[in-house]
Design a protein around this ligand. Structure first.
Ligand SMILES: C[S@@+](CC[C@H](N)C(=O)[O-])C[C@H]1O[C@@H](n2cnc3c(N)ncnc32)[C@H](O)[C@@H]1O
Length: 468
């Protein structure tokens, strides 16, 4: 494809993203599948242009006079992000071949008026989100806003029941990747986002030695379980298990660590043994969990999807379909040692991975989520035993889904006392640096993580202990 044809393709992919609800990643893949003439370089270039626009969408719309169509946004990106001259942009819009049609008079005027600068007043986030960020972060709001739209690295969690962090790192290095240790999770490895690593194709992934999980997401599980000693009789409920990312992290807590002497080092020629043998070995290992772990959700398909992940990781959980009102787990009422509520939320803390979602979110949706979160947290609280722990988590950056839910829960549940986060950082999976940093960042029983402050996705954690 010519550079001009790639621009036209990016504009049409952006229009498809705007018209539907599918993730940008899915729309880009579908475009590649439907246009077989596009080679891997073309697909990469189109994807890069699409994400460049999505991350700067608010400012580009403002710079292009309010136009939201893919063509205008791509023209804006060339002018204001790539800083091409009018002549260069016109050359890419000759209308020949599969390239975009020539610039209109208005488009030329926009480029000239912008003089290569995006409007200072425009932001990449919807106005109601900006207001929320200002209220929460004060002067730091724009730093937090920028963090939400920046590119994210690929974080991995090493399954220490199967390997050690250094052995996993060496294994990944042997495949040509460049993993670094994560600063806060002691079992995390970080890969650069560029070039995008195909983690799912790795033996280490298929044999359950590593999982893809943002460092912030890992921390929510480590903080939730920190200081608790699990026995096979302990009952841990992952109330909103979803894709099972945190279920897996909760399950490995307290499992005996892999014996470093039995963890093979990669041979100079690469990692060995590989492929099917390793996968079969991983599957035949007995599943284990140091506690009775119950993973619930209201969607059966989500629970079904956790099964292969548990099997890869070599851990066990009881998967339970529950009703919207919590029916299906009554037998654990007042009996659980730990109830983890990773509530449905806007996902705004992960917008750096899915920037298209920022513009799909409407203010009234936040009100619906707030009510749902409060209801789910109240239902889940009934399962906690006296002296047991309740953990509320969102991957949202918005106060209405975070502090406001915690405030309302506390007002209605005097039987739960906030548990200081600083007292819940004693876990081998948390680095010493994190212990100091997170204790300082926490406000009593509440902790916020964010791209700008911790270099992770945005998360909110509130810890409670049920009074005896
Ligand atoms: C944020 S996601 C969970 C993500 C998951 N913990 C992970 O780490 O991959 C929230 C989940 O809550 C589930 N959910 C929605 N309403 C619920 C309810 N009333 N009770 C329990 N779970 C619910 C959704 O189906 C969704 O899978």
């Amino acid at each position: 494809m010519t550079p001009a044809a790639r621009l036209a393709a990016a504009a049409s992919v952006l229009d498809s993203i705007a018209q539907g609800r599918a993730p940008a990643e899915v729309v880009i893949k579908a475009w590649g599948a439907a246009n077989r003439y596009a080679g891997s370089g073309d697909r990469r270039a189109v994807a890069e242009r699409v994400y460049q626009v999505l991350r700067a969408r608010g400012r580009l719309v403002a710079a292009m006079g309010g136009r939201e169509d893919g063509r205008a946004l791509v023209v804006g990106a060339l002018a204001f992000l790539d800083n091409l001259s009018l002549e260069e942009i016109e050359a890419l819009h000759s209308g020949e071949g599969y390239g975009p049609r020539p610039l209109s008079k208005q488009e030329r005027a926009r480029i000239a008026a912008g003089e290569g600068d995006l409007p200072q007043t425009a932001t990449d986030l919807p106005a109601f989100v900006v207001e929320d960020l200002k209220a929460t972060f004060g002067d730091r709001w724009s730093e937090e806003a920028a963090g939400l739209m920046a590119r994210a690295p690929v974080d991995l969690r090493v399954n220490t029941a199967k390997t050690t962090v250094e052995a996993a790192r060496a294994e990944l290095k042997a495949t040509g990747l460049t993993p670094e240790r994560t600063p806060w999770s002691a079992v995390g490895l970080r890969l650069p986002s560029e070039p995008a690593p195909n983690v799912q194709a790795l033996d280490a992934f298929n044999a359950g030695r590593i999982e893809i999980q943002d460092e912030g997401s890992q921390l929510t599980a480590w903080v939730a379980g920190a200081g608790l000693s699990f026995t096979p009789d302990s009952i841990v409920v992952d109330y909103c298990a979803g894709g099972g990312g945190k279920t897996l992290a909760l399950a490995v807590q307290g499992l005996p660590a892999a014996d470093p002497a039995r963890v093979a080092a990669p041979s100079p020629a690469g990692w060995s043994p590989t492929g099917a043998d390793e996968l079969a070995a991983a599957k035949s290992e007995p599943a284990a969990a140091p506690m009775r772990l119950i993973a619930c959700d209201v969607v059966q398909k989500r629970l079904d999807n956790i099964r292969p992940r548990l099997s890869r990781a070599g851990v066990a959980a009881d998967l339970r379909l529950i009703g919207q009102n919590g029916g299906g787990v009554e037998e654990f009422n007042g009996k659980a040692d730990l109830v983890f509520v990773d509530a449905p939320c806007s996902g705004s803390g992960a917008w750096r991975r899915r920037p298209e979602d920022a513009w799909r979110l409407k203010a009234d949706e936040i009100e619906r989520l707030h009510a749902l979160q409060l209801r789910i947290l109240g239902q889940a609280a009934a399962l906690v035993k006296p002296g047991g722990r309740l953990v509320y988590v969102t991957c949202s950056i918005l106060s209405r889904e975070n502090e406001a839910v915690a405030d309302a829960f506390e007002a209605a549940h005097a039987g739960f006392r906030p548990l200081p986060v600083a007292d819940a950082l004693a876990a081998d999976t948390i680095t010493d640096a994190a212990r100091t940093r997170l204790a300082g960042a926490a406000t009593g029983g509440r902790l916020r993580l964010s791209p700008a402050s911790t270099g992770t996705d945005g998360f909110f954690i509130a810890l409670y202990e049920r009074r005896a």
